[in-house]
Design a protein around this ligand. Structure first.
Ligand code: ATP
Length: 492
């Protein structure tokens, strides 16, 4: 945090009138400002909130209770012999008021000549556009390992016990990505149960992380048991994934390999993109976080960017993990004119993060088509690889049918060549549907499933490839120019 502290000090010394610290960790921000005030003595820290008014200033204690304008007038009239950092809590809620917004803008000019700095603290906020220029943004990262180590040590010592070095290391590592308040909560629960911190708390920490994801509006924690054996075909993709998995090891790091970034899976509906995302997470023993792109963009204009930041923070908190951006084409295909450029800005944030990330977050993005995908996303280097999941070949249809029959009727062995011939153009999902439908026919007559049931079921299903022919042709044309790799091994 040394870098962050230095940056804050610099802003304060440079008479920055208003700093917006982008963080939901108000208590931690207050402690950090307290230390900054000490470092920058004779500056002092004052804080204000709606209920208690001013705090920390002897002669003005309680001033401005329930009066946001009064505290702004106070700092405006404060003379320069008392250099002050003023933390205004929840103040973003008052900034919609035209009087307050005007006063803040006036102050931003006035405070440039004064040794006072106003600090606002909020994670989710879209400032009114006329205030944007007056605010200097400072992002507060979640506590880093050294900070967490000290925090855990302090908590443990305060409870009268000390942590073994290796336990401290493991707990510290597990806590990365949690806010200080959350770490304190986990610790408080552990102390209440056993009177001390210990290795037993690791599972609690992981559960807390899962909860953090669950509280998110746009991220969903997916439980999955899917293994590569559940995927029929897609052999080229499976082979590639196996290689990438090995690249997460320490051995790969010392070999000089970078951490894998992610993969983009493009293909028509029901070709196994979601299934692949689940298989990656489960077979790599990583949690799977599904990002709902629709929800990222829902609601207030501007909120999407804040949600994106928060989502990225939460995903990093869970690292190593798989971040599955489902239907990425639905969100980022937005028209800049219709959404005020929001989708472009969010996309830019995501791309920058993907390019710079050092955490073990493997991104699996899925899309049905490329027409609505922005070019930046498809450019080489964004993802480690782009795969086209086409409709299954003859051999693949055979494997998929066999697999779905085996999952449900493990003891039968049917000839499948006729049904394979009659399901040209069927997707994996449609083949699964064929098996289920065929089983209904057999079950209605209380007999074993036969190939003829499957043939009948297939004849009653109109595959999507027949109705969405044009879309499929253009997708194939696009990928044939070498922009995507086939997920299936091609047999000529
Ligand atoms: P969408 O674009 O509609 O989200 P998708 O490509 O993500 O579709 P999935 O949701 O993965 O498709 O597929 C639906 C179901 O179809 C899977 O849960 C699985 O049961 C079956 N399926 C699809 N492809 C395969 C495959 N290659 N092998 C085995 N089963 C498959």
């Amino acid at each position: 945090m040394q870098y962050w502290d230095d940056h804050l000090d610099l802003l304060i010394r440079a008479s920055t009138p208003m700093i917006w610290i982008r963080s939901g960790e108000e208590e931690r921000v207050e402690v950090l400002l307290e230390s900054a005030a000490t470092r920058l003595s004779p500056r002092r820290l004052a804080s204000w909130d709606y209920i208690q008014g001013l705090k920390g200033i002897l002669n003005a204690k309680g001033l401005g209770t329930r009066q946001p304008m009064a505290v702004l007038e106070w700092i405006q009239n404060l003379d320069s012999s008392n250099p002050t950092i003023l933390l205004l809590k929840d103040f973003h809620r008052f900034c919609e008021d035209p009087g307050i917004a005007r006063m803040l803008r006036n102050l931003s000019g006035h405070l440039r000549q004064q040794p006072h700095t106003i600090v606002l603290c909020s994670a989710l906020w879209t400032p009114p556009s006329d205030l944007e220029d007056a605010l200097t943004i400072l992002d507060l990262p979640l506590p880093q390992e050294p900070e967490l180590r000290v925090l855990l040590e302090n908590i443990s010592q305060a409870s009268g016990s000390s942590l073994e070095n290796d336990v401290l290391e493991e707990l510290t590592h597990a806590c990365t990505g949690l806010s200080e308040a959350r770490v304190r909560q986990v610790a408080a629960r552990a102390l209440a149960q056993r009177g001390k911190l210990g290795i037993e708390d690791l599972s609690e920490v992981l559960a807390e992380k899962r909860q953090t994801v669950a509280r998110s509006e746009v991220l969903e924690y997916c439980e999955t048991q899917a293994t590569p054996a559940d995927i029929g075909g897609l052999d080229a993709l499976k082979k590639w994934l196996d290689q990438r998995h090995q690249a997460f090891s320490d051995e790969a790091r010392s070999f000089g390999l970078p951490l894998p970034r992610g993969v983009l899976l493009i293909g028509p509906q029901g070709t196994g993109k979601s299934l692949t995302a689940k298989v990656i997470a489960h077979s790599w023993s990583m949690p799977l976080l599904r990002l709902d792109v629709g929800r990222l963009f829902a609601g207030l204009v501007g909120a999407s960017e804040a949600r994106t930041r928060e989502t990225i923070q939460r995903a990093e908190a869970m690292a190593p993990c798989v971040l599955w951006i489902d239907e990425i084409d639905k969100g980022f295909g937005g028209d800049a004119r219709s959404d005020g450029g929001t989708s472009q800005r969010v996309l830019a944030n995501v791309l920058t993060w993907m390019a710079e990330k050092t955490s073990a977050v493997f991104v699996v993005a899925t899309a049905n088509g490329v027409e609505r995908l922005p070019g930046e996303l498809l450019r080489k280097g964004r993802f480690d690889e782009i795969f086209l999941l086409d409709l299954p070949t003859d051999n693949e249809r055979f494997s998929i049918l066999k697999l779905h029959i085996q999952q449900r009727r493990p003891n039968i062995n049917l000839p499948l060549s006729s049904v394979v011939d009659r399901t040209v153009g069927f997707s994996g999902a449609e083949l699964e549907q064929t098996v289920i439908e065929g089983m209904h026919f057999a079950f209605a007559e209380r007999r074993e499933l036969q190939e003829s049931d499957l043939i009948l079921a297939a004849s009653q299903l109109v595959p999507l490839s027949r109705t969405a022919k044009e879309q499929l042709t253009s997708l194939k044309q696009w990928s044939s120019t070498g922009r995507a790799r086939p997920a299936s091994i091609q047999i000529n």
